[in-house]
Design a binder for this molecule. Structure first.
Ligand code: DC
Length: 229
């Protein structure tokens, strides 16, 4: 845990559907600090590639596109939001074409350097909870708190399937499991900043826990730290 004079940053990493997004969002609300979904930036870049017909497996084309993109960041209701070339991509970030391509965008080292810079700049907005894959290891290795949330693959597939059915009215649990496993493999075997448990991170296995239990545990730890003289 870092010195109390530094700004409070809570880093929450973990694989897809580990419960990290809901937990991070709620922890930020309980603590009344800014919430940053780092994956949204990678998804935003992927959305632009899909829209412009840029092949995500062609790093040069992706980098050229990246260098010709205008991002604006702002805070709304304590949540980091952004526009890309003046448009708000929020509604498209979880669409199927983005979902299937984002891991390929996230393996490109130049894209990661760009994202890490943007993510570090968000600390200018104040104390924050940031979720992702490399927050505790690369973006904020000195974060005040670092957590790594995990859950069994079958449980993660079940959760993601439930979300899909709620959002799109359909979903095949076996296909969800194989898509999650494919992304896990890409995310954890890539050369730059693979998904890993960062040094000093507390691991929470959420398989048998409710969201509320995970949120309370993290919020209690952070509040205990805040209450210290
Ligand atoms: O958390 P998510 O499902 O929205 O992440 C989307 C993709 O972006 C996923 O393939 C991992 C990648 N990602 C990453 O490499 N580093 C981050 N800090 C956040 C997301």
């Amino acid at each position: 845990m870092s010195n109390k004079t530094t700004k409070l940053i809570v880093a929450i990493d973990g694989p897809s559907a580990s419960g990290k997004s809901t937990v991070s969002r709620e922890v930020a609300q309980v603590l009344k600090i800014v919430y940053v979904d780092s994956g949204a930036l990678y998804r935003g870049m992927t959305w632009k590639a899909v829209r412009e017909g840029v092949d995500v497996k062609d790093p040069e084309a992706v980098i050229a596109m990246m260098n010709d993109t205008n991002w604006e960041f702002f805070i709304e209701d304590l949540v980091l939001r952004f526009t890309i070339d003046g448009e708000d991509p929020t509604d498209h970030l979880r669409s199927e074409p983005v979902r299937e391509r984002v891991a390929d965008i996230a393996v490109i080292p130049e894209v990661r350097v760009f994202m890490v810079e943007r993510l570090r700049e968000t600390a200018e907005f104040g104390e924050l909870v940031m979720e992702g894959r490399d927050i505790g290891s690369v973006v904020f290795p000195d974060a005040t708190f670092k957590y790594y949330l995990d859950a069994d693959p079958e449980e993660r597939a079940r959760r993601r399937h439930k979300e899909l059915v709620a959002a799109e009215g359909k979903g095949d649990v076996k296909q969800v499991l194989s898509s999650l496993q494919r992304r896990d493999t890409i995310d954890s075997t890539r050369k730059t900043a693979p998904l890993q448990i960062s040094l000093g991170a507390k691991v929470i296995n959420t398989t048998k826990m409710t969201i509320e239990e995970v949120v309370s545990r993290i919020a209690e730890e952070v509040n205990a730290y805040r209450a210290r003289p």
